[in-house]
Design a protein around this ligand. Structure first.
Ligand code: IPM
Ligand code: MG
Length: 372
């Protein structure tokens, strides 16, 4: 078969697969209210992952001490999610790791390294897809500047769902971007529900619908349909380029509250927002589905820090913020509040370099604040 026919056949198979995926998108949400028993999976990740996760685990054990003793909370280490094992098996998430994760209710995950080049997909992307974690929720707050933003990034569609499976014809390469009605509706609901529950009055939809007419056009239209069920909330549209500028425009940025975006724009804009907050090491990230949820730092595994002997100076603030989000998600609200308070009171300054405090010193300070 020639390359063109092969590409057409590949395309049809992708289209059929995505149409089948739509059937799987609805599901009942797990309800953690009433503090039902929970198993929390802990995956160390690669690079600085094990270093920041060691502090995250210490803190979690302290916060949930009595529930762990009573058996209503179980912490479970997830085996095999290391770069070495993933490379040896040639898979982004080994089956035994995925099964262990599915045996837990929620996962706290250190950053994982994606090998450059090659065909291996990012473990993050695989997990988001396999666990159907469709809402990537990322808060950014800078009280001193009056900034209080919450990002709702669609997490399973867009450029990511087929990102490793584009097609090629002679002299040409094509990747695909996928937007579904059901996939858009559920992320829009998540954003508007959040806005309603938290007394927010505005949700800003961010796309490039002037150029990506089919996919972003649909995303915007469906978000506005969903908005009709929330008459007390204003829904407005922006293009991603001007929104990237607005976030650094001091006279405009305070007015934004909740952002609702397709996957790739959400990826980019949340790094920008985290940087405005003080760096990508400072923001936490929740990946929520109906059945499972995964919490992680917004930054990567920083292999360069290890090569330069700086691993011990990694900043655990981002993974600890993710941990607070995890505690809120499983309705351990008091533990979440204690951790949030300790994080906001902590004066230990980690810079990621020898001039700053170590990761361990930061963990020590958080534990000391929890004891107060
Ligand atoms: C993020 C990361 C991931 C993404 C990478 C690691 C695949 O940048 O969580 O924002 O692109 O979503
Ligand atoms: Mg990113």
């Amino acid at each position: 078969m020639n390359q063109l026919d092969l590409a057409c056949e590949q395309f049809r198979a992708l289209l059929e697969e995505q149409l089948r995926r739509i059937e799987t998108l609805e599901g009942e949400k797990v309800d953690f209210s009433g503090q039902r028993p929970v198993t929390i999976g802990l995956a160390q990740g690669d690079g600085i992952g094990p270093i920041i996760m060691a502090q995250a685990e210490r803190v979690l054990r302290r916060l949930l001490e009595s529930e762990i003793a009573a058996g209503t909370v179980t912490l479970r280490r997830i085996p095999g999610l290391t770069l070495e094992n993933r490379l040896a098996q040639g898979v982004s998430v080994p089956p035994e790791s995925l099964q262990a994760i599915k045996d837990c209710d929620v996962l706290l995950k250190g950053p994982t390294t994606t090998p450059m080049g090659g065909a291996m997909e990012s473990a993050n992307v695989t997990l988001r897809r396999e666990l159907d974690l469709y809402a990537n929720v990322r808060p950014v707050s800078i009280p001193a500047l009056g900034i209080d933003w919450m990002f709702f990034r669609e997490n399973t569609e867009g450029e990511y769902v087929l990102g490793s499976r584009g097609v090629e014809a002679p002299g040409l390469s094509m990747d695909f971007k996928v937007t579904t009605d059901a996939g858009t509706r559920r992320i829009a609901r998540a954003a508007f529900d959040y806005a309603r529950r938290n007394g927010k009055t505005r949700v800003s939809i961010v796309t490039k619908a002037n150029i990506m007419k089919k996919t972003d056009g649909k995303f915007t239209a469906i978000c506005h349909q969903v908005a009709q069920d929330y008459p007390e909330i204003t829904a407005d549209d922006w293009y991603i380029d001007i929104m990237a500028a607005n976030l650094v425009n001091d006279s405009l940025r305070r007015q934004f509250q909740v952002f609702l975006l397709p996957n790739l724009y959400g990826d980019i804009l949340t790094d920008e927002a985290a940087q405005i907050q003080g760096g990508v090491g400072t923001a936490g990230s929740a990946n929520l589905g109906n059945r499972y949820a995964m919490f992680e730092a917004i930054h990567g595994s920083a292999p360069r820090m290890l090569q330069e002997g700086l691993g011990d100076y990694a900043n655990p603030a981002s993974i600890l913020k993710a941990e607070a989000m995890l505690l809120r998600h499983i309705c351990r609200t008091q533990a979440a509040q204690r951790l949030e308070q300790a994080l906001s009171d902590c004066t230990v300054h980690v810079t990621g370099d020898r001039n700053g405090a170590t990761c361990q010193a930061y963990g020590d300070a958080i534990l000391a604040l929890l004891d107060q």
